[in-house]
Design a binder for this molecule. Sequence first.
Ligand code: XUL
Length: 540
Amino acid sequence: MALYLGLDSSTQSVTAVVIAIEGDTRQMVLESSLSFDEALPHYGTAHGVLPRTDPRIATSSPLMWAEALDVMMARIARSGLELGRLAAVSGSAQQHGSVYLNSSWVDVVQTLDGSRPLADQIRNVFARDESPIWMDSSTAEECAEITAAVGGEHVLARRTGSRAFERFTGPQIRRFFKQSPEGYGATDRIHLVSSFLASLLSGHDAPLDPGDASGMNLMDLASRDWWPEALDATAPGLHAKLARIVPSSTVVGTLSPYWQQRYGLPAAKVIAWSGDNPCSLIGTGLVKEGRVAVSLGTSDTVFGLMREPRVDVTGTGHVFGAPTGDYMGLTCFQNGSLARERVRDDLGLNWKSFSQALDSTPPGGPVVLPWFEPEITPAVPVPGVRRYGVSGTSPEANVRALVDAQMMSMALHSQWMGVRIDTIHATGGAAANRSILQTMADVFGADVYELSVGNSAALGAALRAAHAESSAEPAGDWEDVIRGFTEPIARTRLEPDRRRHAFYRDWIRVYGACEAHALGRGPDPEPLLEQLRGRVTDFS
Ligand code: XUL
């Protein structure tokens, strides 16, 4: 039985998943996590982030990520698994974060000594001790400069898959170049978290994959190579500081002598690492267009595979490379569980009575735009809930209006992906709520399944390792690789109600009109609202 290891270096922790595959036998044989704050308190992080005074700045320690990898590999080596059978390793990492390395890096990484801890040996390879991470929002000025230099937001989005975002790596590199020209000058190599860790595993300067490179505002989506105009707009001499971009399934090396000597691990193949979202795409089984995942977490996210690199002209969605060689679309909504909990608490409900309220109220009441916090999609910088239609409504109607709004907003703002959604894999805390999932099925007109996969990014990385290994033989079939690991729970399937879906197809136009009006981009939606309310029927 071959073993495959998937690692996920996320914002707060590192997780390992080992899967075993032999013919039709498929098992997850190890799942283990360590939290940076708890396991490595000497770095002083809180939730994986270094102490900060300016709330817009978020950095972490690349040395801590390396030490955590070392601790995790030691743990895996002691796990009792038959690691001689470890065939391949791949990884996932928080996207956008960047690691700045000086001229000693290449030599040091190639000559790591198995008798000394990793962190002691790489302490001096950094041109910058702190790495900006995805939670950083300090680069508005650099975003504007890059956007202007390449010819505007639409050009940048069309070429790279996203307009300029503050957390994306290009704007972060530009800020470093502007704030510390000497530091930038002393930087020989800029890695993403993913390619930095892949380098440490393979013992040489590893390439990037298109999934993670597309989170930089620097990669040309069509050619999956660096886009010279974006490099020029970002910082001088940047091309020479960046590694190559290779297909996600590339074998970038084998576990280096360091891991073999120190932990007795075999020379297993190291497959290019990717970002956590592209890895989660695989770990939630989305290897086919038409299937999307809706993650109902603190914020809600819709993501799915796209055969074509369509981009969101409204500028809120992202297109990343998918590990399958296709593309993935991702749209994030800030007011997810946060808004659900707010309404539940304001109305003095618990989850049971929240669901009862939802079940007992048909759609078609007031329209509520649930912007309790600043919203990402659509961009609403100044929060505030907006309401249209009947006033003085019952608590039940408020619950229905909120969940309808969240589902319609997700359906509306994922249309840019141009994908006919027939199946939804629902994950995250609120996916346990059947009433919410039924509304999702009715609004999207798709079958909804609950997915029980935890650690989807680490699992996705392990599956990517298995796929890359098997494609050395006849080309690996993704459906075959994920079989037995990412299937949704069949008995959780919820089908859309035909009549309700027909109603929502019209109601979503009302929702869109209310949203446009609230954003100052459209006429008063009340006449449309009234006209459609006449069509509300008894759905019981
Ligand atoms: C995606 C993003 C986050 C990080 C979290 O654009 O910023 O999902 O990848 O790890």
